[in-house]
Write a protein that binds this ligand. Structure first.
Ligand code: GDP
Ligand code: MG
Length: 701
């Protein structure tokens, strides 16, 4: 086996042999049609008295096992483990050539890119930012015109510098989007434990091949590791099946599409068109959507439209036919819970405790959350449609650059969006899990610490209830300001964390840009339903349990003689806790009943509305039972819009829910960060709520 070899790889007709001849002084045939170099040839390159073997590989468009010449090139790389690969990229066909580049990067060999034919590219009106390509891919990129001997000295110097260890050229890890990366990383970790495999293969590459069902790679790995491979194959099989169910395509196609997406993203961020070049529909849309000035405006418009329509279809428009007129979806759900509550009425005198548990604790708490299922459903529906169209990737793309200022990156935005950053109604838990694909620990940690500020589905009921009570005419506007505030806080917090507790370098990242397509109704609906069902299930299990505990804390102990209303609640454990905190929380406008709800919200924020409902229901004055919580609060003299807004902001920002805290602990590897996340966000939330309440009260008199 030859060590210290340099191999030249690239698409057919990219200029590989021209470069080979220039570097070695060989006189191999150069011709202007693909397929001329069919066998590899090698020759010596001399540099400052040293000799390096250079191998000219046959051209290949990709490294799949489908075609013989591609397999030949690939096997050569796997078996000979060259010290360096010179990837000759035809700059005038940049995007198509990048497909091979990405596959070479997956093989984890030091790489230098010879960006050849820049003359032709420039003639066609493309200008490629080589420094940026180099930063994003993590390898040196040398512009060359092999036919006229331009850039050859620089290329030779770069190769020698890498081989001699003066310059790092290990390609940046490739990421394929959240869903695929999760599978790949899990499989890769399993491969890393098997030395017999890691001796021969880059774990990430092998993981991808196993998931793609690449027969040749599987046979090779089986030869290397024997029966040890079987459990890995099972794992890979399950992973591809999950991916196939999710993307509705076979695993190899999914991977290929993601590679094309990465190539498209690179082109978008590194190539400028100085003249008219041919563009397809996706390019036309992206010219507007990814524009640095127009793009953000479109984003804001999209989010505003989202809130506007979601409220309309879920709540404002009565469009569901019903005996005796039309109902809105929200009305329909609340009718159902009113009905249940009505059925329980006879219990009130016969079994007051049971009645209170069922009515105030369970129907008030769970029903309070369920009322917002239509809202959440339509929110999810709109976001799923946007995701499927390809727009979400563009959001990350346009925000990547501005976010760098705050010490975040494009990947952070994906985490934010999963957590509810587009509109409202996501979950911080999958958001935080999606940061697994960020290889830079500092970037990742900061993203984890600020992702919970996004407006997850659990905060929606609080917003919707308070907005209905105090800002009925300005729903979209208030939701927009909450949305903007969540981003501003996340960015501001990241900026501060970056300069204090989590200092460190940032890594560049290529956003994958899949082509746009019209959302597929069935798959959008399926995703929407899956997410909505999770929400419902959570309300019926965890939230139900917490509500029962909370109800008991609000109901017991009973006061000595049978006093009613206010006294009963104040006498309970929860009531006393709420009252004890009141002197402090007064500054933000929270009374003791609100405190009870907020304490419950530490467990999960869905609980807040239900607990507020229970707190107010447990001490209702006669005749008030059948008013909704919104109506009741709106009618109370000490509640006003300022107080409501301060409460919404506090709920948005204070401590992540218990599950999120546990996930932060697991993903960051220490309780320290989990505790830190809880403390700093609660402090921040309180300070902001106090400011809003105090200043707001001054202004509104
Ligand atoms: P291979 O198939 O990758 O080995 O490519 P070759 O080295 O055989 O080159 C293919 C054709 O491109 C030949 O006609 C070369 O003269 C031409 N060529 C190579 N490099 C350049 C370049 O940088 N600019 C231009 N305009 N033509 C080039
Ligand atoms: Mg050739």
């Amino acid at each position: 086996m030859n060590t210290g070899e340099i191999i030249i790889a690239g698409n057919p007709n990219a200029g590989k042999t021209s470069i080979y001849n220039r570097l070695t002084g060989a006189v191999q045939q150069v011709s202007n049609y693909p397929g001329v170099t069919v066998e590899f040839v090698s020759a010596q390159m001399r540099h400052e008295g040293r000799r390096y073997t250079v191998v000219d590989l046959p051209g290949a468009y990709s490294l799949t096992a489908y075609s013989q010449e591609e397999l030949v090139a690939r096997n050569y790389i796997v078996e000979c483990k060259p010290a360096l690969v010179i990837n000759v990229v035809d700059a005038s066909n940049f995007e198509r050539n990048l497909y091979l580049t990405i596959q070479l990067m997956e093989m984890r060999i030091p790489m230098v890119i010879a960006l050849n034919m820049v003359d032709t590219a420039e003639r066609r009106g493309y200008k490629i930012d080589t420094a940026k390509v180099s930063a994003l891919l993590g390898v040196p990129v040398i512009p060359t015109v092999a036919s006229r001997n331009h850039g050859m000295a620089a290329l030779r110097d770069a190769c020698v510098a890498v081989i001699e260890g003066h310059v790092a050229a290990m390609p940046a890890p490739i990421t394929y989007g959240h869903a695929v990366d999760e599978e790949l990383i899990a499989l890769m970790e399993a491969i890393e434990k098997r030395e017999k495999l890691t001796q021969h293969y880059a774990p990430g590459w092998l993981a991808a091949k196993l998931i793609e069902h690449d027969e040749v790679a599987i046979a090779g790995a089986r030869a290397a590791d024997g029966d040890g491979l079987e459990p890995l194959l099972m794992m890979a099989d399950n992973a591809s099946r999950r991916m196939e169910r999710h993307f509705k395509a076979d695993a190899a196609t999914i991977m290929a599409e993601h590679r094309y997406g990465i190539a498209a993203g690179l082109v978008k961020s590194c190539v400028t068109f100085t003249a008219e070049a041919r563009r397809d529909v996706t390019d036309h849309i992206d010219m507007v959507v990814c524009n640095r000035l127009v793009g953000p405006l479109i984003l804001v418009a999209v989010v505003a439209a989202l809130f506007f329509w979601v409220f309309k279809v879920s709540d404002e428009w009565a469009w569901i036919p019903w005996p005796g007129g039309f109902l809105s979806p929200t009305e329909l759900v609340s009718r159902f819970f009113d009905l249940l509550s009505g059925l329980l009425a006879p219990l009130e005198s016969r079994a007051p405790i049971l009645h209170s548990l069922l009515d105030a604790g369970i129907i008030g708490g769970v029903g309070g959350v369920m009322n917002f299922v239509p809202l959440i459903f339509f929110m999810f529906l709109f976001v799923a449609a946007l995701e499927d169209s390809g727009y979400i990737a563009r959001v990350a793309f346009i925000l990547d650059r501005p976010l760098r200022v705050f010490g975040l990156q494009g990947k952070s935005i994906l985490a934010f969006i999963v957590a509810g950053g587009l509109g409202a109604g996501g979950c911080a838990v999958p958001g935080i899990l999606s940061t697994r694909t960020m290889r830079e620990d500092k970037d990742r940690l900061v993203t984890m610490l600020v992702t919970p500020f996004m407006n997850c589905g659990a905060k929606m009921p609080v917003y919707a209830m308070l907005i209905a009570a105090f800002f009925p005419g300005n729903r979209t506007l208030v939701m927009m300001s909450l949305w903007a505030l969540s981003w501003a806080t996340a960015l501001g917090a990241a900026w501060i964390l970056r300069r204090t507790v989590v200092r460190g370098e940032q890594t560049p990242f290529v956003m994958e840009l899949p082509p746009y397509h019209i959302p597929i109704f069935r798959s959008v609906l399926r995703h929407t339903w899956e997410r909505t069902w999770l929400y419902i299930k959570k309300a019926g299990t965890i939230i139900l349990a917490i509500n029962i505990v909370l109800w008991a804390m609000m109901y017991f102990p009973r006061p000595p003689e049978d006093v009613s209303g206010h006294e009963v609640l104040a006498h309970s454990i929860a009531g006393r806790a709420g009252l004890a905190l009141e002197p402090v929380t007064r500054a933000a406008g929270f009374d003791w009943r609100t405190n009870i709800a907020l304490i419950g919200g530490f467990a999960a924020k869905e609980v807040v509305v239900g607990a507020l409902g229970t707190a107010y229901a447990l001490e209702h004055a006669d005749g008030e039972e059948h008013r909704s919580l919104s109506e009741r609060l709106a009618a109370m003299p000490d509640w006003n819009p300022v107080r409501a807004f301060a409460l919404m902001v506090f709920v948005m920002l204070y401590a992540p829910c218990l599950v999120t805290v546990a996930v932060i602990r697991r993903e960051s590897g220490s309780w320290k960060w989990a505790a830190f996340a809880t403390l700093y966000s609660t402090t921040l939330a309180f300070v902001l709520a106090v400011l809003i309440f105090q200043i707001g009260s001054l202004v509104t008199g």
